[in-house]
Design a protein around this ligand. Structure first.
Ligand SMILES: Nc1ncnc2c1ncn2[C@@H]1O[C@H](COP(=O)(O)OP(=O)(O)OP(=O)(O)O)[C@@H](O)[C@H]1O
Ligand SMILES: [Mg+2]
Length: 314
């Protein structure tokens, strides 16, 4: 997915949210209300104290007007500081029903230029207020929540444990291929750890995963240590078994019986200094796998085939 697609998706998400979220869910309910008995001076003091620039004027939650800083300033200029606020307020109040969708509010707040909208219930009683600030804050919170949900779902789809049941065919298999370079110790072990992760995602029995990891690691190290040009590891995952092959093109093995002896190694000194070359790799592979076959010819390549039976009793 490109970044362009992502932006389109995000915008769609916001649009979806404003058309599905109800005003009731984004409004602030702790509304600062101006009582009609207050003077313009009282309201000015209240606004200063509460850090607000406007408030609905209501009596027992029944809205009679709305007063903003602009109204207050105008009243002060006209010398009406000690007059009742009802003389300075706007009586035509645009309100919004608590169960309308946010899109309606966004329209009024954005295009019509209102900075706050009193929210009323079906009896016209004040139940809350929406401002651009509360709106943005709650939309962001909801986007965050839906983003987290999305992440969790993505993680869920990674669990491909039912892939073999879901794909209907006579013989479904998943083939993984990893190239292993010779003498590349910085990447040694990468193929086996990737194979291990793939099997874990497929929810293969953890014990089998461990055995496979050991075998593939040894096979991978043999490609790194003993070959001229590296090789590749192929993993064929089927419903009932795993077939793994480590293949290379040289230098080949002279005596197959000999190399299978535990403790036999042709690893040079510098390899032994790195902790390899105990001559235990192939013995370990034989021990952990259900079937092992080593084919090689001196001067030619070597092929190591392994099979692991997958246990489906659990
Ligand atoms: N792909 C290969 N190509 C050529 N020779 C190999 C290959 N794999 C193994 N051998 C030969 O088989 C011997 C035994 O391998 P094995 O993995 O059992 O032990 P090792 O690699 O020498 O030591 P360890 O695996 O304990 O670090 C090696 O020393 C090497 O001579
Ligand atoms: Mg080895």
């Amino acid at each position: 997915m490109t970044h362009g697609d992502m932006t389109v998706q995000e915008i769609t998400k916001v649009q979806e949210l404003i058309y599905t979220t109800r005003v009731e869910d984004v409004m602030a309910t702790d509304v600062i209300i101006v009582d009609p008995s207050m003077t313009v001076a009282d309201v000015r003091a209240l606004m200063k104290e509460k850090h607000i620039s406007g408030a609905p004027v209501a009596e027992n939650r029944k809205i009679v007007g709305i007063v903003t800083m602009t109204d207050i300033i105008r009243a002060m200029e006209e010398g009406m500081l000690y007059e009742p606020v009802t003389t300075a307020m706007t009586t035509q109040v645009k309100t919004v029903l608590k169960d309308s969708v946010v899109a309606e509010v966004a329209n009024s707040l954005g295009i019509k230029g209102f900075s706050r909208l009193p929210v009323v219930d079906h009896d016209g009683m004040l139940v809350g207020i929406v401002t651009t600030g509360t709106l943005i804050k709650s939309l962001l919170r909801q986007m965050d929540r839906s983003f987290q949900k999305n992440e969790a779902e993505k993680l869920h789809t990674y669990r491909a444990s039912h892939i073999f049941q879901d794909i209907v065919s006579d013989d479904t298999s998943l083939l993984l291929r990893f190239v292993v370079d010779d003498k590349d110790f910085s990447n040694a072990g990468k193929a086996s750890s990737m194979i291990k992760r793939a099997l874990q995602r497929l929810v293969v029995n953890p014990q089998i995963v461990r055995r496979v990891a050991v075998a593939v690691y040894e096979a991978e190290m043999n490609l790194v240590i003993h070959t001229d040009v590296g090789g590749e590891i192929l993993v064929d995952i089927r419903k009932d078994k795993l077939s793994i092959s480590a293949v290379d093109h040289g230098p080949g093995i002279k005596d197959l019986k000999q190399v299978l002896q535990p403790g036999y190694s042709t690893a040079p000194e510098w390899i032994r200094d790195m902790g390899f070359g105990a001559g235990m790799g192939l013995a370990n592979i034989k021990r952990v796998s259900d079937m092992m076959k080593l084919i090689s010819e001196p001067g030619g390549g070597t092929r190591l085939d392994l099979v692991f039976n997958l246990d489906h009793s659990q």
